[in-house]
Write a protein that binds this ligand. Structure first.
Ligand SMILES: Nc1ncnc2c1ncn2[C@@H]1O[C@H](COP(=O)(O)OP(=O)(O)O)[C@@H](O)[C@H]1O
Ligand SMILES: [Mg+2]
Length: 281
């Protein structure tokens, strides 16, 4: 992992930031998600693609990490391996002491497509994982209702997906990801398909959820702005070889509000990240 190009002093004295503003993330102790020398190869011979090349990073409990990088650099593959939905070709991913070797109920997942069941209501979609896990729905129905209220969908519990807007469907998907109260939330460009206003609203909602539930998160996005607003730390990936090349702390204190995005220090940090990404990818 490169460590030379980030210049913390360029952000010194820029307001509500801690001393290590923009600094390269230090080696973390107490890793909760541990990714060690992980590679992933798809196909063979002429079809061989190395989707991820020796990725290594640790995520401590409660940290929100954004992953930025161009299309095809292996972001989704990395997330799927953390979720236990793809095998690693080499290396090791662990959650706490446990090597990831399959899906776990400790992990909630969100994709760009909300993947709701069209014949089920919002409430039934939120409760669907409970059904799959063989848990008692009655015990989770109240939590499902609370989550739907939290995301602003009170009164929409009985609506089917086609009766909801894109932003509302993604809100249902967040509730579904949270219904089993997982420790970890993995999100693969969850807001990329939304219009700009809905996306801003979802960012505010996610900030609020983070404040309330203190999950550990990996969040793939193409948006530098979204990454800096939401995350405690940003990993930058590049193609050929598909590797993690930057690991940068985002020092803004929480709770954060979207107005943070209008501040000079925020804009400067985004610009610095953009320069790093352009020089890497
Ligand atoms: N199931 C698969 N089979 C073969 N190749 C794949 C598969 N999934 C992804 N790839 C390839 O792996 C690389 C990384 O893909 P992906 O993880 O989807 O990248 P990203 O999410 O960053 O756009 C790409 O070259 C893609 O074509
Ligand atoms: Mg992807």
């Amino acid at each position: 992992m490169r460590s030379d190009p980030v210049q913390p002093e360029r952000l010194a004295g820029t307001g509500p930031v801690q001393p290590e503003a923009g600094a390269v993330a230090p080696a973390m102790s107490g890793a909760y998600i541990s990714v060690r020398e992980v590679s992933k190869v798809y196909g063979r011979g002429r079809d061989r693609v190395e989707a991820v090349h020796r990725a290594s990073f640790d995520v401590p409990k409660g940290q929100f990490v954004a992953i930025l990088g161009p299309s095809g650099c292996g972001k989704s593959t990395l997330l799927m391996m953390c979720a236990g939905l793809e095998h690693v070709s080499s290396g090791r991913i662990a959650i706490g002491p446990r090597t990831v070797d399959g899906p776990s109920r400790d992990i909630g997942i969100m994709f760009q497509d909300p993947t709701l069941l069209p014949w089920k209501t919002a409430l039934q979609n939120v409760l669907f994982p409970i059904h799959i896990m063989g848990l008692r729905k009655a015990e989770h129905a109240e939590r499902a209702g609370d989550l739907l209220r939290l995301v602003g969908l009170a009164g929409f519990e009985d609506k089917k997906p086609h009766q909801l807007s894109g932003g509302m469907r993604q809100r249902v998907a967040i509730c579904r990801a949270l219904i089993s109260d997982p420790d970890i939330l993995l999100m693969d460009e969850p807001f990329s398909a939304l219009d700009a206003i809905s996306r801003d609203e979802m960012n505010v909602l996610l900030l609020d959820i983070w404040q309330r539930y203190s999950k550990t998160g990996l969040f793939v996005t193409h948006s530098i702005r979204e990454a800096v607003l939401l995350a405690d730390r940003v990993l930058v990936m590049r193609r050929r070889p598909a590797a993690v090349v930057e690991d940068i702390m985002i020092p803004f204190e929480r709770p954060r509000r979207p107005e943070l995005g209008d501040t000079r220090e925020f804009v400067e940090l985004c610009a610095m990240l953009r320069r790093h990404i352009e020089s890497q990818t």
